[in-house]
Design a binder for this molecule. Structure first.
Ligand SMILES: Nc1ncnc2c1ncn2[C@@H]1O[C@H](COP(=O)(O)OP(=O)(O)O)[C@@H](O)[C@H]1O
Ligand SMILES: [Mg+2]
Length: 245
């Protein structure tokens, strides 16, 4: 089911065109990466998709329903969450639990179901043993993992992630990609993730969208197949050939 459908989008900061005539889509059940050099306007594309910035031309459609016909829930992880300041007052547990509020309404009491979600989310990012620490005491990579846990606790249908593994070590990063792959393939979630390192995610992602700005300042947007997807396509071709024999 189509969750994001962007067509012919053009965006300007003041008079400077930053995105021109960009189209892309993201469906439920797929893990899509968005790549491009620094300044290629990846973050800008995500913000216009979310409606934080308004396009000059083109259309952005976000599904208002998920695959089960319920209201679509979206989670957005902005670039560099790790800069939460040292005085941030909540404990890790409280902060992740706060991700559950939009689900229950602000005045309802949290129950065991919420507590379970919080624990699972913190365990998924290896931060359960830090639950009583204050956010401000954590390292940059740990803050990032806690922000990810808060996002998991809210159990969204659509994840929009801007360089989520910044500050994380390689093992935590690939665990995270594995988790997003699982979320898409097992639970039918949709994932759109900006990354500067497509090599690192190529075993996990289904599809890559590459933003390119050429030397004339013209923009293009390519839908690239990842090696994974190519393997699947080749296998399908082979089995078709076999079945045609
Ligand atoms: N608030 C802003 N005002 C004006 N220009 C901006 C603003 N934010 C980003 N830009 C410019 O827009 C371009 C795209 O930025 P950005 O979307 O952050 O790229 P990326 O995320 O791919 O590194 C860059 O040239 C950047 O300098
Ligand atoms: Mg960016």
């Amino acid at each position: 089911m189509r969750y994001i459908d962007v067509k012919n989008l053009t965006f300007y900061y003041d008079r400077e065109p930053v995105l021109e005539n960009i189209s892309y889509h993201v469906d439920s059940g797929e893990f899509v990466t968005l790549t491009g050099e620094n300044g290629a306007a990846k973050s800008t594309l995500i913000k216009t998709t979310l409606g934080i910035l308004h396009p000059k031309q083109g259309s952005v459609l976000l599904s208002d329903k998920n695959t089960r016909g319920e209201k679509l829930r979206m989670a957005y992880l902005p670039q560099q969450v790790a800069s939460f300041n040292a005085g941030f007052p909540s404990s890790v547990y409280e902060f992740v639990m706060s991700g559950r509020y939009p689900r229950r309404g602000w005045f309802k009491k949290m129950g065991t179901h919420d507590a379970e979600h919080v624990q699972t989310a913190l365990e998924a990012v290896g931060m359960w043993s830090y639950r009583s620490k204050r956010i401000g005491e954590l390292s940059g990579g740990q803050k990032q993992r806690v922000a990810i846990a808060r996002m998991f606790a809210s159990d969204p249908d659509l994840f929009i992630l801007d360089e989520p593994t910044t500050g994380m070590d390689d093992i935590s990063s690939s665990d995270f990609y594995q988790l997003m792959h699982h979320a898409a393939h097992t639970h039918g979630k949709a994932v759109l993730m900006v990354t500067h390192d497509p090599e690192e995610v190529k075993d996990f992602a289904d599809r890559n969208i590459h933003l390119l700005k050429d030397e004339n300042g013209k923009f293009a947007c390519f839908d690239l197949h990842t090696e994974r997807e190519q393997q699947v396509l080749q296998q399908e071709e082979i089995s078709e050939e076999v079945s045609n024999v």
